[in-house]
Design a protein around this ligand. Structure first.
Ligand code: COA
Ligand code: MG
Length: 299
């Protein structure tokens, strides 16, 4: 699975922010053409983003671009401008229906062919951030093989639901849970919502840990001070790794080798799903280490 602990947003019209991108240790840098760019600046932002695709990834992060949703009539222009070498994925804002994804898939294939890029190489990430988008998260996620992740977008979601956005997030509970389950059901990575109170790092960490327990494996971030905590919280902790190594050892030596399917470790039952979960943790560690090595080499 790709490593997506930190999905960091940079407004596509902000030159000084874009200049910082290669210095930030985010797994993904997303150059935004949607709501952080005012309508009058969209054309300028498309140019700026196109010119900076390779630069933004020069520190070793993967580069995605968030495009405006189809209803705005801007999606086509956004895609025409940014599907070039250096782009790893497109994030579709306000995805509402699997048809939105199919349309994006076809357009990406056309642009990949026209630009001489390998067909299927541009990944798709969906923002589920309306009531309709949340309800349709699973069918949207399976509408194209390109979809590798779903983001729950709390800011637009609370607007659509006509409720207040809070740091505690009780108003998001159902939708946040739903998007995480839909993502996993589709074999995708679940990316948690932005946390707008960016100066309150303690509350950010608490909320991120809660989301992690719901199944989120990364978070959409808006401020540089959220990157380090996200990279730390979504990586297995030293205690998680020690537990996973212990579980694997005891299950293989006392279970598999001796014909038992349930064994005991530190006072708790370990059976096949617990063993497989432990192996997933160790695999995640390997994937993160490989990604960090690659970043060091490329960055
Ligand atoms: N990308 C790159 N650099 C950023 C950044 C971002 N998204 N957000 C902040 N920074 C930089 C600032 O330029 C500043 O750098 P400096 O110390 O060299 O001057 C430093 O980080 C600290 O920034 P700070 O002063 O605390 O924040 P701010 O008031 O400049 O900006 C926001 C606050 C919320 C406006 C800004 O973080 C932002 O625009 N975030 C992204 C918003 C977005 O993409 N929204 C759409 C998705 S929900
Ligand atoms: Mg939004």
């Amino acid at each position: 699975m790709p490593v997506m602990r930190s999905v960091f947003y940079v407004p596509g019209n902000n030159e000084s922010f874009i200049k910082k991108a290669p210095t930030l240790p985010a797994d993904i840098i997303t150059l935004d053409l949607e709501d952080s760019v005012p309508p009058a600046e969209k054309a300028k932002a498309r140019e700026m983003v196109r010119e900076n695709l390779k630069f933004a990834g020069s520190g070793g992060s993967a580069v995605y671009v968030r495009v405006n949703n189809w209803e705005t009539l801007m999606t086509n222009d956004d895609l025409e401008a940014v599907v070039h070498e250096g782009l790893s994925g497109i994030c579709l804002a306000k995805c509402g229906h699997p048809d939105d994804v199919r349309r994006l898939d076809w357009k990406l294939e056309e642009l990949e062919r026209r630009r001489g890029l390998p067909v299927g190489s541009i990944a798709v990430q969906l923002l589920c951030e309306t009531a309709k988008g949340v309800i349709n998260a699973y069918p949207s996620a399976i509408a194209s093989k390109r979809v590798n992740s779903l983001i729950f977008g709390a800011v637009d979601y609370t607007k659509d639901m006509r409720v207040k956005l809070t740091s505690e997030g009780v108003e998001q509970f159902y939708a946040r849970s739903h998007v995480a389950v839909a993502a996993r059901a589709a074999g995708c990575i679940a990316i948690d919502c932005p946390f707008v109170a960016f100066q309150d790092v303690e509350a950010f960490e608490k909320s991120t840990r809660e989301g992690r327990q719901m199944g989120y494996e990364g978070r959409m971030l808006i401020h540089p001070n959220q990157i380090e905590p996200a990279n730390r919280i979504y990586a297995p902790s030293p205690e998680d790794i020690e537990w996973a190594q212990g579980v694997v050892k005891v299950f293989e030596e006392e279970g598999i080798a001796k014909g038992a399917a349930a064994v005991s470790y530190k006072g708790k039952m370990v059976d096949t799903p617990v063993y497989e979960n432990a192996r997933t943790i160790l695999k995640t560690v390997e994937e993160i280490n490989a990604f960090e090595q690659k970043r060091k080499k490329n960055g």
